[in-house]
Design a binder for this molecule. Structure first.
Ligand code: BDR
Ligand code: CA
Length: 306
């Protein structure tokens, strides 16, 4: 970890793995979380927004504002993932109710924040579809240009997709938004399935978390167990969104490649797939390898209060 604390906003659709990632960020001294913006994705906006408040209440961090964002992709219908994340988005795991109500309009809130803070001081940790960030780019380009960097869980490069043959959920849920954001000239790091599928929670890793008795670790164990329940018979589950926080906190755990990325928008059968395109692609930093054991070790340590 570098010594400087990362001042960050989380943009998220919690979501089981989003919840573990948020608990990591709240537990780690590497982060100063300024706010949580929500977006529709894993489930509708009212539920993702409520869940962000519930996670903060659990962590006793209701001083951090929750700001409700986009209720639907820019120009498409959203997906339904109740079979993975449960009809409450958190797999039925017990969390308290939000201690304070959410604020409205994440895009306006983020624009004001970026204009108020020193330029290039704020990192955005994006764990869901990129609808809010695309709207920021479209409506407030001068604010978007002040972002220090954007770290995005999304896409698949050499790996198969998880909603289509090559498309991944966060990009496929709002491919036009991803295309706008990637072309915006923001310093972006993409964290695709190629690494997130390597950072896997096993049942013994989860049991280790539970044994600590630390609330963030026990809640994370419950969330991963709920994830196991939606995938009977699997030996381990991928920790997609926590890889964003892990990269932000400890980039040395990952190997970056600079790749010309384009988003497939025109096809009907695999929209949102990422294409390596030397002519029309945008050069992005992409995490292509990870030291998975060290990543899991760091995540467990942070969730356990170390
Ligand atoms: C991504 O999709 C969502 O279901 C997860 O929360 C993660 O952000 C993985 O493809
Ligand atoms: Ca997510």
């Amino acid at each position: 970890m570098s010594d400087a604390v990362i001042r960050a906003v989380i943009d998220t659709d919690p979501g089981l793995d989003d919840a573990v990632a948020i608990l990591h960020a709240l537990s780690s001294p590497a982060f100063d979380i300024v706010g949580i913006m929500t977006v529709a994705g894993n489930i509708g906006i009212d539920v993702t927004t409520r869940n962000a408040g519930r996670i903060l209440a659990h962590a006793r961090r209701s001083d951090i504002p929750v700001v409700a964002g986009s209720a639907a992709p820019l120009s498409r219908a959203g997906f339904d993932t109740i079979d993975i994340h449960g009809d409450d988005g958190l797999g039925g795991v017990s969390f308290p109710e939000p201690a304070v109500p959410p604020h409205a309009d994440a895009v306006e809130w983020l624009a004001d924040l970026l204009l108020r803070e020193s330029a290039m001081s704020l990192t955005i940790l994006a764990l869901g579809p990129l609808t809010n960030i695309a709207r920021l780019v479209l409506d407030h380009p001068e604010a978007a240009a002040r972002m220090a960097r954007l770290i995005v869980m999304g896409g698949a490069i050499d790996e198969p997709g998880n909603v289509g043959p090559r498309s991944e959920f966060n990009i496929a849920a709002d491919p036009e938004a991803a295309d706008i954001v990637f072309r915006a000239g923001i310093a972006t790091v993409l964290v695709p399935l190629d690494v997130t599928r390597k950072v896997r929670a096993s049942r013994s890793w989860t049991a280790g978390l539970r044994e600590t008795g630390v609330p963030a670790a026990v809640a994370s164990a419950d969330l991963v167990d709920a994830y196991f329940q939606s995938s009977s018979g699997r030996e381990s589950r991928p920790l997609h969104d926590p890889c964003v926080m892990l990269y932000a906190e400890s980039p040395a755990l990952f190997t970056l490649e600079r790749l010309p990325i384009a988003v497939e928008l025109e096809t009907d059968d695999d929209v949102g797939a990422l294409v390596i395109d030397d002519k029309d692609g945008v050069l992005l930093d992409v995490t292509m390898k990870v030291d998975a054991d060290a990543a899991l070790g760091l995540l467990a340590r942070r969730l356990s209060g170390g």
